[in-house]
Each structure stands twice: as structure tokens, then as C-alpha cells.
Design a protein around this ligand. Structure first.
Ligand code: NAD
Length: 258
């Protein structure tokens, strides 16, 4: 087991990457706090972990609210005694997020509040707990769009993920000597609810796949395995990294299909 007796908080743990990661972390021996706004689906993940003989707890937390983030960290320490791993993964991509001209201010603000401020709040309350633990690992979910511009405009989302990546680097530098490693997971386009709701026609999906050398969407489980590596001691000399898991997207000028 690669995370034996570790305690992890996974935000956005009810669905997609977060769900698969919570399940995988638990299978690898971690005690997992599943934090999400989606209560029913989040509790279902906890039940599934319990059924497999693992340990998990659900906390309803909106990561854009400071008090909720504080309580998800407190839950980890009270329920399981400590915090070793903080996976700041919750995020949204609003269907009305578009280019600079079309995007409404309210969409910009909501996207920033969840995707960017949510990571800040996770760290604000999570880092003191990691210090109390004598160190640990933080993983922030950014995106490939933090590295290259997206062909489908989603300006608020892209800017929020750029912020997550920049914040990750600074956090890594500041906390390196406290034994706290901070890395960003940068997924490519995935076949999760978040993206499939956004790319809601076959034409839009094919348009996106033009850019992926592998010619397919990634799976949430493939991100969970990357998160496991970043969370475990196997990545002990990695901090401040942008860990791209994107089917080759950011390396491509043209794909094999041209
Ligand atoms: P998903 O929609 O399947 O899961 C996201 C989860 O976050 C949901 O359970 C949702 O309820 C939760 N959530 C939303 N707002 C929240 C809030 N305010 N507080 C707490 N939880 C909240 O999406 P996913 O694809 O698993 O996305 C996970 C992360 O990966 C996001 O940060 C997303 O931006 C990023 N990402 C996704 C893709 C992709 O193609 N799907 C690509 C790159 C990055």
C-alpha cells in the first residue's frame, strides 16, 4: 500500500477526478475526507470506500467559503487525527464562460471564487494542519489551459487555472523547508461530467480531440493515478512542478492526423 495510514482531504470528491482519487487513495491505505457541495454523491463515495473495508468521512464544503474549508480540515484532524495529503481539486467550468467580450462579470467572479480562491482557502487552513503533522503533500488541480490557450474560449476558467499554477509554485517555494511539497496536476481534456456537459455536442467533442495526439479523452482514473504518485513518497523530490497528464496535447503542433 502506497498511502498506508495517511490522512487525505479530497475536495470535489463526489465526482470525476476527485471521486476516483478518493477511492484509489482509500484502496492504498489512506483515510479519506471527501469534501464536496454535492452531498448525496459524496456520501455514496464514502459508502463505497467503507464497503471495500476502507475509512472515509464526508463533509459538505463549498470551497469558496472560508468557514467550510476550515471545517473540512478540522474534520480530518478530529476524525482521523492528522492531515498528510490535501488535494485541492474542486472546480467548475461554467457553460456561459466565453471570451472577454461575452463573459459576464458574475461568471468570472464565481469561477474565480471556486477554482482559485478555493485553492487558497484549502491551503490557508490545510497548511497549518500539515505543519502540525510535520509535513505532507498538497496537490492542486490546474489544467492544460494554464499552459496553453484553449481553442474554445473559456477565459475565466483559463485565468483561474493559470492562477492555480502560479500559486502552486510560490507555495512550493515558501513551504519546501517545512517538508510540505506542493505540486499542480494539469489534466488534459477528460471524459468527465465537467467537460462533457461543456462540450455538449459530438461536433464540439471532435473539435477538441483534434488537438490530442492520443486521439481520445482522458479518464478520471488516469488522473487519480497521477495524484497518487504526487501524494505518495515516490515523488519525494518533486515540488512546485506542473505535472501534465494530457495525452500529449501540450507537446503537439500538429497531431498524427494532421
Ligand atoms: P466533475 O464535475 O466531475 O467534479 C467536480 C466536483 O467538484 C463535483 O463533485 C462538484 O460537485 C464539486 N464542486 C463544484 N463546485 C464546488 C465547490 N464550490 N465546493 C466543493 N466542491 C465543488 O469535474 P472533474 O472533471 O472531475 O474536475 C475536477 C477538477 O479537474 C476541476 O478543478 C477541473 O477544473 C479540473 N480539470 C478537469 C478537466 C476535464 O477535462 N474534466 C481538465 C482539466 C482540469
Amino acid at each position: 500500500m502506497r498511502l498506508k495510514d495517511k490522512v487525505a482531504v479530497v475536495t470535489g470528491g463526489a465526482s470525476g477526478i476527485g471521486r476516483e482519487t478518493a477511492l484509489l487513495f482509500a484502496r492504498e491505505g489512506a483515510h479519506v475526507v471527501v469534501a464536496d457541495v454535492s452531498e448525496e454523491a459524496g456520501r455514496e463515495v464514502v459508502t463505497a470506500i467503507g464497503r471495500d473495508g476502507g475509512y472515509a468521512a464526508f463533509v459538505r464544503a463549498d470551497v469558496s467559503r472560508a468557514a467550510d474549508c476550515e471545517s473540512m480540515i478540522t474534520t480530518a484532524e478530529t476524525a482521523f487525527g492528522k492531515l498528510d495529503i490535501l488535494f485541492n481539486n474542486a472546480g467548475i467550468m461554467d457553460g456561459a464562460d466565453a471570451d472577454a467580450v461575452e463573459t459576464e462579470e458574475a461568471i468570472w467572479d464565481r469561477t474565480m471564487a471556486i477554482n482559485l480562491k478555493g485553492v487558497f482557502f484549502g491551503c490557508k487552513y490545510g497548511i497549518p494542519a500539515l505543519r502540525r503533522n510535520g509535513g505532507g503533500a498538497v496537490i492542486n488541480t490546474a489544467s492544460f489551459v494554464a499552459v496553453v490557450g484553449a481553442a474554445t474560449p473559456q477565459l475565466a476558467y483559463t485565468a483561474s487555472k493559470g492562477g492555480v499554477l502560479a500559486m502552486t509554485r510560490e507555495l512550493a517555494v515558501i513551504h519546501a523547508r517545512e517538508g510540505i511539497r506542493v505540486n499542480a496536476l494539469c489534466p488534459g481534456p477528460l471524459r468527465t461530467e465537467l467537460l462533457m456537459n461543456y462540450l455538449d455536442t459530438e461536433e464540439k467533442r471532435q473539435r477538441r480531440l483534434v488537438h490530442v495526439p492520443m486521439g481520445r479523452f482522458g479518464e478520471a482514473e488516469e488522473m487519480a493515478r497521477a495524484a497518487l504518485f504526487l501524494a505518495s513518497d515516490e515523488s519525494s523530490y518533486m515540488t512546485g512542478a506542473s505535472f501534465l497528464v494530457d495525452g500529449g496535447l501540450t507537446s503537439a503542433y500538429v497531431t498524427p492526423e494532421g
